[in-house]
Design a binder for this molecule. Structure first.
Ligand code: FES
Ligand code: FE
Length: 453
């Protein structure tokens, strides 16, 4: 980059995005500061830490963080780095620990509200009375904690920025669609849980390729042609999609989030054709869906397919429900995580069918994810050269054709095939990279509470 400004690199209105933002190391460092140190980030799910003292090691940008449930039942998120000399405290992926003791010199930290005033406070220092002569102020040397953390329908979100707006404002009306992924019954059930653990794997591509794909790239269907022909759902034989399903690209231009969904919601055929071979599973999902319709009433609910919450979280909002997060490792490498969600109180047969479907469809061995990974890796590699990085990617499909949706403030829709959603995603990215204040970033956005019922 060096010579070009962010506005020269991202010309979103024209549908042009410089390849250098996918390969350049300096831009990557800037992203860590301007995007990942400020935005609300998805860090995990409450079902990963069901009991007091359970912890799950997650990431925020390139930082390792500890997500833990303290003895008072509160979720805490802290930097996984010892305050003394920086050693990584937790070297396991998950576990149960009352205190976190550093393997380097033995300092220990606690989240127990009975022992400490602030989560992550330093409680144990070997040689405090002797080597330190009792002079080290333990209160000053706790773990760094996030500025804000929120448990939204079981999903844990955090930000390092104390000035960031409340999470629900950051989400805006995109909340309607994230809900479809997080809580299939909108609070009327025992909640959701992650089954089968978290799949984690590294991909040699820039992290932005993935959220861009999930925000509404229906155009890349050709990549999955072989899967369509083979047909991989437990239903088998029909291809991975119901061909009658037409979707719209729906986006929130002010906020940078977006999805593919049907607008307005309508239903035809079996609710979950992918489970046709398992009548009891299909019946369960249909019943859950009907209950949801009764709870929500409005036909304005969109049937969500896939969506992205800016900057690096995506989801499948219909059965099966999955959450994905794309952690930046370097300009040209990311670590992708996938979690699979089911209703906690669903019958075992339903959980089992969902698990099989997930494993066939998504993840490093899934039949569609591997197609996508090949594209993202190839595009990253072929943009690293001195010549190729000077070029721009083309995002011109549907420029000027987005229509506002009056029923959903702050929302635009642009038919089935469009790159509008990718354009709003990169426009948002550019706003963060330009260091706009939160007032500027949130100007024009509409709080979900203000939405007409
Ligand atoms: Fe942790 Fe020294 S680095 S105790
Ligand atoms: Fe794909």
């Amino acid at each position: 980059m060096g010579h070009k400004s962010i506005d020269e690199l991202v010309r979103a209105e024209e549908g042009l995005v410089s390849r250098s933002i996918f390969v350049d190391d300096e831009i990557f460092q800037q992203e860590l500061q301007q995007v990942f140190s400020r935005a609300w980030l998805f860090v995990g799910h409450e079902s990963l830490v069901p009991k007091p003292d359970d912890y799950f090691v997650s990431r925020m940008g390139t930082e390792s963080v500890i997500l833990t449930r303290d003895r008072q039942g509160q979720i805490q998120v802290m930097l996984n780095s010892c305050a003394h000399r920086g050693m990584k405290l937790c070297r396991y992926d998950h576990g149960n620990n009352r205190t976190f003791t550093c393997p380097y010199h033995g300092w220990s930290f606690s989240t127990d509200g009975k022992l400490v005033e602030k989560p992550g406070e330093l409680v144990g220092v070997p040689g405090h009375a002797t080597h330190y002569k009792g002079e080290l102020d333990k209160k000053q040397w706790g773990l760094k904690t996030v500025a804000q953390v929120v448990n939204y329908k079981g999903a844990i979100w955090a930000t390092w920025d104390a000035d960031a707006p409340p999470f629900l404002d950051y989400l805006g009306n995109m909340r309607l669609y994230l809900d479809a992924a997080l809580d299939n019954r909108d609070g009327s059930s025992g909640g959701s849980e992650v089954i089968g653990g978290v799949q984690k794997w590294r991909v040699k591509c820039n992290w932005k390729f993935a959220p861009e794909n999930f925000i509404g790239d229906l155009y890349h269907d050709i990549s999955h042609r072989s899967v369509d022909i083979v047909g991989i759902g437990p239903g088998g034989g029909k291809g991975r999609r119901d061909p009658s399903a037409t979707r719209s690209a729906i986006c929130f231009p002010e906020l940078g989030h977006g999805l593919l969904g049907r607008l307005p919601f309508y239903e035809e055929g079996p609710y979950a054709p992918q489970y046709a071979r398992y009548p009891e599973v299909e019946a369960y999902f249909r019943q859950v869906h009907e209950q949801r319709e009764r709870t929500l009433g409005s036909a304005m609910r969109v049937q969500t397919s896939v969506g992205t919450i800016f900057p690096n979280m995506s989801f499948h909002g219909r059965q099966p429900r999955t959450l994905a997060v794309f952690h930046p490792i370097s300009a040209t490498e990311m670590e992708m995580w996938r979690m699979y969600l089911v209703d906690k109180d669903a019958p075992e047969a339903v959980k089992e069918a969902a698990r099989h479907y997930f494993l066939r469809y998504s993840g490093p061995g899934g039949m569609t994810e591997s197609d996508d990974m090949e594209n993202w890796t190839g595009a990253t590699e072929a943009s690293m050269g001195a010549v190729s990085r000077e070029l721009y990617f083309n995002y011109q499909m549907g420029v000027g054709h987005a229509q506002p949706v009056p029923e959903i403030p702050g929302c635009a829709v642009n038919g089935e095939y469009t790159e509008e959603n990718a354009r709003i995603y990169y426009r948002r990215w550019a706003q963060f990279m330009n260091g706009l204040s939160w007032d500027q970033l949130m100007a024009g956005s509409v709080r979900v509470e203000e939405r007409a019922a």
